[in-house]
Design a protein around this ligand. Structure first.
Ligand code: NAX
Length: 329
């Protein structure tokens, strides 16, 4: 058996936590030969529920689950972490402005970034799911002194999966037939699901789905608004699909990407595609054979795409400016 890897998860007693822990413990993400330690982080009010979750983990008797720690202490929680899923955050309440939300959550992510720098493993990688996830990741990254910027990611994979399913349904194919779908920008209603470069069974989507009005209008809107549609239907926000997308993200980051394809995750911009350096922006990413990732270069950006990408990147700049006090110079 291999040495266990350590996975830290914040917000572990929440909806997404409940949908992700058991699948990680079962080997779905890191493989059936890889034991895992789970370090579960909650705030004080979440601890009783977390205790119940830990009891259920015990009751699964997972062969790969080596150790479970439940804590409110960040250094204990991130101790030795090879992977950190930052899921917990404060939801937006009625009457709360976006700037208030950015500020409240921003403070959480400064402390978590600092604790990751102090206590996680040298090879730690961090996936931020808690919203506003791009800017939370930006804050954590900038407060994790000594941890390279290329270890921080924010989740847009749920948006990619949603977009693929919409295109597949429209074309009457299976969602696995849809490739090269990039979500650009922010995980918010400004995100741009780029149908112009996506493919269905290797053919451009725009050749298979000739209804351009649908692609430019309803398709984009449906993907952008899908989170709200789930809340309306279910009375609660996406959880199982979000957990699934977080696991898809990590699987894509640790396994080489099939030739010619790419996936979406928000990373620290290196200036590619004219996007300001240092922002956490979703773009087309590939994982190389050596396990490192790269921004796919040369993806065509037409005028329609440029306008959409600029709009979502501008929103990220505004978010960055709203939390500038939380980003050390
Ligand atoms: P829940 O409210 O069910 O759970 C959140 C949990 O986090 C709670 O148990 C709470 O006690 C805990 N928590 C709060 N502050 C914490 C802190 N400082 N440290 C540790 N734990 C803390 O929310 P859930 O449905 O699980 O969603 C979690 C986050 O994911 C939310 O911010 C949500 O907006 C975000 N999402 C992000 C998505 C994405 O695609 N990036 C999609 C799904 C989801 O909306």
């Amino acid at each position: 058996m291999k040495e266990p890897i350590t996975v830290s998860i914040t917000g572990a007693a929440g909806q997404i936590g409940y949908a992700i822990l058991f699948r990680i413990a079962s080997g779905f993400v890191f493989g059936e030969e890889q034991p895992v330690n789970l370090r579960l982080i909650e705030i004080e009010p979440g601890l009783p529920a977390l205790k119940g979750v830990v009891m259920e983990l015990e009751d699964c008797a997972f062969p790969l689950l080596n150790e479970v720690v439940a804590t409110t202490d960040l250094d204990e929680g991130f101790k030795g972490a090879n992977w950190a899923f930052l899921i917990g955050s404060v939801p937006r309440k009625a009457g709360m402005e976006r700037a208030d939300l950015l500020g409240i959550n921003g403070k959480i992510f400064t402390g978590q970034g600092q604790a990751i720098a102090r206590s996680a493993s040298k090879d730690v990688r961090v996936l931020v799911v808690g919203n506003p996830c791009n800017t939370n990741a930006l804050i954590a990254m900038n407060n994790a002194e000594g941890v390279p910027n290329d270890r921080f990611f924010a989740m847009t994979r749920l948006d990619e999966n949603r977009a693929k399913s919409q295109l597949a349904a429209k074309a009457g194919v299976h969602n696995s037939d849809v490739t090269n779908l990039c979500i650009w920008g922010n995980h918010s209603a400004t995100q741009y699901p780029d149908f112009t470069n996506a493919k269905i069974k290797g053919r451009p989507v725009t050749e298979v789905i000739t209804d351009r009005d649908w692609l430019e209008g309803e398709f984009i809107k449906t993907v952008q608004q899908r989170g709200a549609a789930i809340i309306n239907a279910r009375g609660a926000s996406s959880a199982a699909s979000a957990a699934n997308a977080a696991m898809d993200t990590v699987k894509s980051l640790i396994n080489p990407t099939p030739e010619g394809d790419w996936y979406s995750v928000a990373v620290c911009s290196d200036g590619s595609y004219g996007i300001e350096k240092g922002l956490i922006v979703s773009m087309p990413i590939r994982t190389k054979d050596d396990g490192s990732w790269e921004v796919v270069q040369g993806v065509p950006v037409n005028d329609f795409s440029r306008e959409k990408i600029d709009a979502t990147v501008n929103e990220l700049k505004e978010e960055r400016d709203a939390v500038k006090d939380l980003i050390p110079a």
